[in-house]
Each structure stands twice: as C-alpha cells, then as structure tokens.
Design a protein around this ligand. Structure first.
Ligand SMILES: [Zn+2]
Length: 101
C-alpha cells in the first residue's frame, strides 16, 4: 500500500453525472498533501493523472466476502494539466469508461 496526494477538484462522474469532490494522485510527492487549483506542486510534468472514486447510488456496486456484503464505487481517471507546476482546472477524462471487473 502506497501513499498519495489529494487533489481538491470537483469532477463530474462520467458514468452517472454526480460530482466527485476530490481525487488521488501518485504523480506528485505522495505525502498525503491536499492540493487545489492554483497550488504550486513543484512538479516538472505538464500533466498528472488523478484517480477518482464515485460512491453514488448508481455507481456503488455490491460485492460479497465471507457472507458479508460490501460496496465499492466506480473508478475513473482524469489527466489534469499543470502550468509551470501549478494545478489548473483543465483536464480530460483519461479512461472512460474503464471496465474493472
Ligand atoms: Zn458515478
């Protein structure tokens, strides 16, 4: 299990249209920092990939382990542009829709 950073950028779920408030990335410092648009990440990259999980009723899927029912959301990814290391709000959905099962 690795660490990640949080990106506080609301993105609309490509599956159901609900807004997901934040995502996670492993492309930055991986020290549990929360970044928002305009923050200087000090990253040399032009873009980063950010994972989002949608936990809406439509996207939650049940699964069973040892007779217990759990739920997990659907994942999607965005490619988020950086400008000289600063987070922008420009992105594209990177893998839509991606089948995980
Ligand atoms: Zn969704």
């Amino acid at each position: 299990m690795g660490l990640f950073d949080s990106i506080l950028l609301p993105v609309k779920c490509p599956f159901c249209g609900e807004i997901v408030q934040s995502g996670q990335t492993k492309n930055l410092s991986n020290t549990l920092i929360s970044y928002k648009v305009g923050d200087d990440t000090k990253s040399p990259f032009k873009s980063i990939r950010v994972l989002y999980v949608c936990e809406s009723k439509k996207c939650r899927r049940p699964y069973v382990i040892a007779g217990n029912v759990y739920y997990r959301g659907r994942w999607f990814e965005i490619e988020l542009e950086l400008e000289k290391g600063r987070l922008t709000d420009k992105y594209k959905i990177w893998a839509e829709p991606r089948v995980q099962e």
